[in-house]
Write a protein that binds this ligand. Structure first.
Ligand code: NAX
Length: 332
């Protein structure tokens, strides 16, 4: 069996981590023959709860798991890690302004970035789940300058999975038949779920999704709104935010990063913009990417019509504003 891979999960006592840890531990992400050392980070008041999570993980009796370390110290949690799921973040509380939320998260991701810079492997692959995910990932990368910027990403796979599931349900196929859906931009309600280049396998034939759906009005309106507001719909129904599906999406994201994408297929990930598709450089923007040898590259040359252009720019403008506000909170 290969050397154990060191994986850290932050916010490890929370609800997403509760599903995520089980999937990671049993091999869904890094392979069923890859042994693991799991580092679990949460804040000091959550240590007792975290201890309960550790007990349950032990009781899962998964042979791949060689070691579990639960801690409230980022320097311990990030030590020599190969992969990081950054789930922990300050949640928005009643009466809290957007500004206050950003401020609290800048503080968290600055401290965690500094620790990562000091003790993590320089090859660590990082996915930020905690909101505002895109901007938190930018801040994390800013404070970990010795780690390549390409190693920091944020999660928009949940949005992609939601979009894929909507289209699959509409066409009466399973989700694996729908490929190349794109989520552009921010993991927020300004995101643009785009099926203009998506494909579906129907009765053994691969056809463009717009051709199969035959309802432009639906694709431009209800479909987009449903995906953008799916998180809120889950909260309304469950009285809790998405957890099982968020954990599954984080696993899909990291799995594809380590294993690669297939053929001409792509997936959506929040990655650092290099100016592709006219998006300001340096924003953590969700793009379609293909992955080979653990390196992602933005899919180039997709046609962007006027409708899409407007949406790509609107979500970029929101990210730009968010990042500017976050950077203003960074007192170096
Ligand atoms: P929970 O509140 O259940 O868990 C969060 C955990 O993070 C808590 O145990 C908390 O103590 C811990 N935490 C807080 N500050 C920390 C710090 N400085 N270091 C380590 N741990 C810390 O939230 P959960 O439902 O698990 O959601 C976690 C985050 O994911 C939230 O920010 C949420 O908004 C975000 N989401 C992101 C999604 C995405 O697609 N990008 C979708 C799902 C989810 O809404």
């Amino acid at each position: 069996m290969a050397e154990p891979l060191k994986v850290v999960v932050t916010g490890a006592a929370g609800q997403i981590a509760y599903s995520l840890l089980y999937s990671v531990a049993k091999g869904d992400v890094f392979g069923y023959d890859q042994s693991l050392e799991l580092n679990l980070l949460d804040i000091t008041p959550m240590m007792e709860v975290l201890n309960g999570v550790v007990m349950e993980l032990q009781d899962c009796a998964i042979p791949l798991v060689k070691k579990i370390t639960a801690t409230d110290d980022p320097n311990v949690a990030f030590k020599d890690v190969n992969a990081a799921f950054m789930v922990g973040a300050m949640p928005r509380k009643d009466g809290m302004e957007r500004k206050d939320l950003l401020k609290a998260n800048v503080k968290i991701f600055k401290a965690q970035g500094q620790a990562m810079d000091k003790v993590a492997k320089k090859t660590v692959r990082v996915v930020v789940v905690g909101n505002p995910a895109n901007t938190n990932a930018c801040i994390l990368s800013r404070y970990a300058p010795s780690i390549p910027k390409e190693n920091f990403t944020c999660l928009t796979r949940l949005d992609q999975n939601r979009a894929q599931a909507q289209i699959a349900a509409r066409l009466g196929v399973t989700t694996d038949k729908v490929t190349n859906v794109i989520i552009w931009g921010n993991h927020s309600s300004t995101q643009f779920p785009d099926v203009a280049h998506a494909k579906v396998e129907l009765n053994g034939q691969v056809v463009p999704v717009p051709e199969a759906v035959k309802d432009d009005n639906y694709l431009k309106n209800d479909f987009i709104k449903t995906v953008q507001q799916r998180g809120a719909a889950v909260i309304k129904a469950r009285k809790l935010s998405s957890a099982m599906s968020a954990a599954k999406a984080a696993c899909d994201h990291m799995h594809d990063w380590f294993v690669g994408t297939k053929g001409s297929n792509w997936v959506s990930m929040g990655v650092i913009s290099d100016g592709s598709y006219g998006i300001k450089e340096g924003l953590m923007y969700s793009y379609p990417v293909q992955i080979k040898d653990k390196k992602w590259s933005i899919v180039q040359g997709l046609s962007i019509n006027e409708f899409a252009r407007e949406k790509l720019d609107a979500t970029a403008a929101e990210l730009d504003e968010e990042l500017e506000a976050a950077v203003a909170e960074c007192t170096d």
